[in-house]
Write a protein that binds this ligand. Sequence first.
Ligand code: SIN
Ligand code: MN
Length: 225
Amino acid sequence: MLFTDADLPRSPEQVAPGAMWLPGWLTRDQQAWLARQFHMWAAGPVPPRSAKVRRHEMSVTTVCLGWHWRPYAYSRDAVDVNGRRVLDFPDWMVRLGRRILFDATGDAQQAETYTPDTALVNFYDATAKMGMHQDRDEISRDPVVSLSIGDTCTFRFGNTENRNRPYRDIALASGDAFVFGGESRLAFHGVQRIHPGTAPDGCGLPQGRINITMRVTGLETGQPL
Ligand code: SIN
Ligand code: MN
């Protein structure tokens, strides 16, 4: 669609201490390239699946890189899908995460050593949502770096105590980056709704939304890059 949220001039904003929203961080071409990567990841060895949380299927489908996430653990093999080992975490994504973290914080030392080793890649159709939750299955408390492609969503970013107020609702659009670390690392957050038909032309995903969250599991020391 022409003239969406993603086309408006928007500035970086600290949403809470340690939580930075970087609108329009990815160019349209980078978005389209990542959307193509998503389609390759989705082709296997482990297909996207809806994880079951307390016997209910989540409305998003997820494919993982580096480590496979299931509620509430990481493993190398997708033991709750088809038992196959997930794809390796790509080196380029480590570099991408470092650049975003540096832009979010200005902390070169933290950014240079940031080494995400898993990415949860979620696909949202027009009706998918994600309830308020904390990302706490990682041992490490290094920041989470998130990227969005496709339709805009209403992303709710809350507090570290509970799922209720205070929270902020923000429109995460195609190309936006969002980082949460430090005091906000364990903030509750979720996706209230997708806004169908808002994916900008040329982003590589005409409908639906892809969200990539990079994280450091702290489970195994990776090879130095
Ligand atoms: C997540 O919390 O894992 C995903 C958030 C998002 O889709 O923006
Ligand atoms: Mn999360």
